[in-house]
Design a protein around this ligand. Structure first.
Ligand SMILES: NC(=O)c1ccc[n+]([C@@H]2O[C@H](COP(=O)([O-])OP(=O)(O)OC[C@H]3O[C@@H](n4cnc5c(N)ncnc54)[C@H](O)[C@@H]3O)[C@@H](O)[C@H]2O)c1
Length: 278
């Protein structure tokens, strides 16, 4: 099959919807088979409506529609044993691993840090930082064993590069991902494995488009709507857009994973419509 990722296998966390689904579809369009997983159910401190098993099945359907193979399973990224089990099943089926997109994450419930409970802190770190560690930790030995090199992409956030009040645990977890990315890039470089992080601005997914965020960005209104928050989101970015699309992030990941990105490693790449400049 032709494509910039032809013959490769990609392991994607948070694959049920949003950016994770876009990563699966775009990488399949470029010729990769997909091993995906998602909690596909309620998560502590999600701060957004939960994804469902039907969402995960829909991602799998859309990959198959593009004539690529897919294994999609329910698993929590914060559980290394569960992540390893999904990956082992996928590698037994597809025989190799080349690409990782550690994308799963939760926003948490917005609050100042002095009002944040230890449970809230722990839950956000578990999904967003430990989960990313687990995904990379489970995957890296397989890419090393393949001897062909590979690409590991960690989804952080533009908030790691410019802080926002009210999202302390989230911002801390996303900043921690930069440290993890740099350590992995240093340690895996000798195996021709490149490791980078992507830092999206607001992305049009269920994590952003929900009532909790509407109230965070329009505390002056009792029941703010999408129309009410759109101009506020727009002020966050330099380019005149309130958000980017999941496919914009997936296109950056395809670039990093492809031959075109072959000498890019250790980079924290904003895909942020200029958010970080402000
Ligand atoms: N949407 C935005 O504005 C935005 C901006 C910057 C960064 N991000 C990051 O992008 C990534 C993808 O988010 P999205 O926008 O697609 O949101 P989303 O809520 O639509 O999708 C996230 C998916 O990850 C899954 N997930 C979360 N924690 C998990 C865990 N512990 N184990 C397994 N699955 C888990 C969820 O079930 C969900 O399906 C996240 O890491 C998020 O923090 C999002």
């Amino acid at each position: 099959m032709a494509g910039r990722l032809a013959g490769k296998v990609a392991f994607i966390s948070g694959a049920a919807r949003g950016q994770g689904r876009a990563h699966a579809i775009r990488m399949a369009e470029e010729g990769a088979d997909i091993i995906g997983f998602d909690a596909a159910g309620p998560l502590p401190s999600q701060g957004a409506p939960a994804a469902s098993p039907e969402d995960l099945a829909e991602t799998a359907r859309q990959v198959e529609e593009r004539d690529r193979r897919v294994i999609a399973r329910q698993a929590d990224a914060s559980d290394l044993g569960a992540v390893t089990a999904v990956l082992d099943e996928g590698i037994a089926e597809f025989g190799r691993l080349d690409i990782v997109v550690a994308n799963a994450g939760v926003q948490g419930n917005p609050a100042p840090i002095v009002q944040t409970s230890a449970e809230e802190w722990g839950a956000v770190i578990a999904s967003n930082l430990t989960g990313v560690f687990n995904t990379a930790r489970a995957a890296a030995p397989h890419i090393i064993a393949g001897g062909r090199g590979g690409s590991i992409i960690l989804t952080s956030s533009s908030i790691a590069l410019r802080a926002q009040p009210g999202l302390g645990p989230y911002g801390s977890s996303k900043t921690g991902i930069i440290g993890l990315m740099r350590a992995l890039a240093l340690e895996l470089g000798e195996h021709s494995i490149r490791v980078n992080s992507i830092h999206p601005t607001t992305v049009r997914t269920p994590m952003l488009i929900n009532d909790i965020n509407f109230r965070l960005f329009r505390p002056d209104l009792e029941q703010p709507t999408l129309e009410d928050v759109e101009p506020v989101y727009r002020t966050l970015n330099v380019l005149p857009v309130p958000w980017v699309e999941p496919e914009d992030i997936a296109n950056a990941a395809v670039f990093l994973a492809s031959e075109e990105g072959r000498y890019i490693t250790g980079v924290a790449l904003p895909v942020d419509a200029g958010y970080t400049l402000k």
